[in-house]
Design a protein around this ligand. Structure first.
Ligand SMILES: [Zn+2]
Ligand SMILES: [Zn+2]
Length: 335
């Protein structure tokens, strides 16, 4: 009973009963009760057969998919996890809130797990490696474990010093719930003021929030699972990361994962013009507007490095990959 209560409170407060050393009770086992909202969201997708569809609801769902995918790849990944560019403190908070709206936990939790992935890619330590633990665990299974639940603050000393980021990381359900309510409100407003669009509050909630968020989660998870399984390897890295055009399209540029594991500190992940990287183009646009700066371009050495199509399973013999880039504690904000 006590553990059910603990799991329930953790829906709202991710610090509840998390001990100082960042551990929780019963590590390794899935915490099914805490996962109820996640599982419930997958079930709610079926409501599309109840609420029907309209062009406006599907367009909003697609827009929210791409805006939030950009927030995950451009902000959670290329900024919070790797600090590949700089920005102001206010913009940093906006980026944190936008990433948080994807319902993939808070920016500190996300970045800490991702830095861990780069430190231990495709070894037993890497909790979402398809090579070490199989497809299911790498794609979604790792998220269900108790050990993956707490935020490891020691991995993100450069982020933990901002109370506003700690707040959205601790109460990470807040922004997604507000987005869900806004979607209902948008649909209800359109129903009242533009009935010819054929939408309703519930229809917009189901498409704009539920469907969009579930598809976005699996799109993001593809980078952990499939981007280490399918595609080609340009660089010899200490893992099985791959470059895949298809994954790059779905994830707005994250499919150039072998490039990224070789040069994790580079903002751009598509190294050549044909390696489409929508996230980078949008970040470039933001830099022209003065919202972010000091974007790290592709080093000449990266292009000069001899192109070789490496066979599957070559990672065992590789030289060490340069360490991941996040600075120890120095802030990139405002500098
Ligand atoms: Zn990876
Ligand atoms: Zn990364």
């Amino acid at each position: 009973m006590k553990s059910l209560w603990t799991s329930f409170v953790r829906w709202f407060d991710t610090q509840h009963q998390v001990f100082d050393e960042g551990s929780v009770d019963g590590e390794g086992k899935p915490d099914w009760f805490r996962l109820t909202p996640l599982m419930f969201m997958h079930l709610l997708v079926l409501l599309v057969f109840v609420v029907g569809w309209s062009p406006v609801a599907v367009i909003v769902a697609a827009l929210l998919y791409f805006i939030r995918m950009f927030a995950i790849t451009g902000f959670y990944h290329r900024y919070f996890s790797h600090r590949t560019f700089k920005t102001s403190r206010a913009m940093q908070f906006v980026m944190g809130v936008m990433g948080n709206s994807a319902a993939q936990r808070g920016p500190l939790w996300w970045a800490a797990h991702h830095r861990h992935h780069h430190r231990h890619s495709d070894t037993d330590e890497d909790i979402h490696s398809p090579i070490a633990h199989g497809f299911y665990v790498s794609h979604i299974g790792w998220l269900t474990t108790r050990e993956a639940f707490p935020t490891n603050f020691e991995s993100v000393p450069d982020l933990v010093k901002y109370p506003e980021l700690r707040f959205i990381d601790r109460y990470d359900i807040l922004v997604p719930v507000l987005l869900g309510i806004s979607m209902y409100g948008l649909g209800a407003a359109l129903e009242a003021w533009a009935p010819q669009l054929g939408t309703t509050g519930w229809q917009m909630f189901v498409w704009g929030f539920i469907v969009s968020t579930v598809v976005l989660l699996h799109g993001t998870c593809l980078v952990n699972s499939m981007a280490h399984l399918i595609g080609t390897r340009r660089y010899k890295t200490t893992d099985e990361s791959r470059n895949s055009f298809l994954i790059a399209l779905v994830t707005m540029g994250e499919g150039w994962h072998n490039n990224h594991h070789r040069y994790p500190g580079v903002t751009r992940q598509g190294f050549f013009w044909w390696e489409i990287d929508m996230t980078y183009y949008l970040l470039k646009l933001m830099s022209w507007c003065g919202l972010i700066w000091d974007i790290h371009g592709v080093p000449e050495a990266a292009k000069a490095e001899k192109y070789t199509k490496l066979p599957v399973g070559d990672a065992a013999t590789k030289p060490a990959t340069p360490p991941s880039t996040p600075p120890a504690a120095g802030g990139a904000v405002g500098q």
